[in-house]
Design a protein around this ligand. Sequence first.
Ligand code: FAD
Length: 467
Amino acid sequence: TSADIQTEVVVIGAGPGGYTAAFRAADLGKKVLLIERFADLGGVCLNVGCIPSKALLHTAAILNEAREMETCGVHFAPPKIDLAALLTWKNGIIKRLTGGLAGLAKQRKVTRLTGMAEFVADHRLQVTTAEGLKTVQFEQCIIAVGSRPIKLAHLPWSDDRLMDSTDALALRDVPERLLIVGGGIIGLEMATVYHALGSKVTVMELTDQLIPGCDRDLVKPLQQRIAKQYAGIWLNTKLENIVTKPESLEVSLSRDGALEKHDFDKVLIAIGRQPNGAQLAAEKAGVTVTERGFIPVDRQMRTNVAHIFAIGDVVGQPMLAHKAVHEAKVAAENAAGHRAFMDARVIPSVAYTDPEVAWFGVTETEAKAQGLAFEKGVFPWLASGRALSMGREEGVTKLLFDRDSRRVIGGGIVGLSAGELLAEAVLACEMGADVDDLSLLIHAHPTLSETIGFAAEMATGEITDLY
Ligand code: FAD
């Protein structure tokens, strides 16, 4: 039977993975249909992720900086925060970007369909749209359906004082006592925002470290700073339950083998994200989906079915927009008959907290666990004139080098603008640069980027004394 829509390439999901794949396939001459359940393009990243969080974090950084100017003898009056205006500004940024994407889709003659897609056969989808069911016949498919926050089912989600990251970004109010469950990137970024706006923030983390997965020494400067600012940082602590009371949320938790109860005005659950792969009836196309909802792929981003690709959060960690974008190009090029492979050496990670924590490649913890022969150079920013002149000496720049080849294999930076600074080290790693390339590079003085050169000089032994 004939389908309502026939296309060469269909892309399901219009997040950073999906729109990038659709645009690339169209640029390579393919007839492309882009299906997205929401009216706006951009997915989690633009609408309820990277972009709105960074807009609010910019506000937080300015608020923090204004407060800290007191140490330089400059006093500002307490800020007046107009929440409605702040949200209008944030939403305006999202609108500009999603509007821009709609324009780019149109320019490329990418056809759009708004609705929820699922497979009915290996070359056919059905899409639930506002105008009813539509069938789509395709030659190749790129699945880019992303992920959603993990919700603990036993919690009282009907109470709007209990939030996921989307609710937290909607910033309906600034609660007096806010608990954030989960000390990962998303939880800590939202902690940064709400603390700057005036909430008393408590962060609860199950493991013994904030940002598990990043080296402890790179997290420490952040942890020391926020320990002074926040109401509490509770490590090794497990959320047991939340009970709705008229005037608060009563949170029960266990730590050190004991059960405790605490009251909060709002609670944000940020304990991770789960992939959307299980909601696609992918089995009808013969596509393997794991029990957790991930879709396994090879280095060409192909699923077990040769004409169906998958990219982004739904294929696995790290769940980051720039990973999705890179995979999207690989998948689209293969779908268009080229031969492309996912062969990035490293994918950088950044927590846009205050200070930022950024890292790439092999962590020191992994290098030790794997028994790698490596050298490291660690440069504390208290010896950086630029860091001192910005009142931010807590930073650290760390680089790891292979002992034999002396090439960069990983590292990280914690400090002001660490996310921006990391790019040089990431490039060095991708290009196979060694410790001498970095230590001999002339960095402008005084910049924070000098700390990358200094870290390399610490590794070569050129710098031994910091003062
Ligand atoms: P998504 O962006 O999740 O998009 C998937 C799209 O598919 C969605 O629009 C969804 O509606 C649609 N969809 C799903 N199923 C169907 C279906 N069956 N039919 C039709 N449409 C469907 N990453 C960074 O790199 N940097 C950051 O600073 C950053 N900050 C973040 C902050 C927060 C608060 C959150 C939650 C995430 C953040 N991330 C960040 C992660 C980033 O948002 C994701 O890695 C990225 O959006 C993944 O892109 P994707 O294309 O795989 O999927």
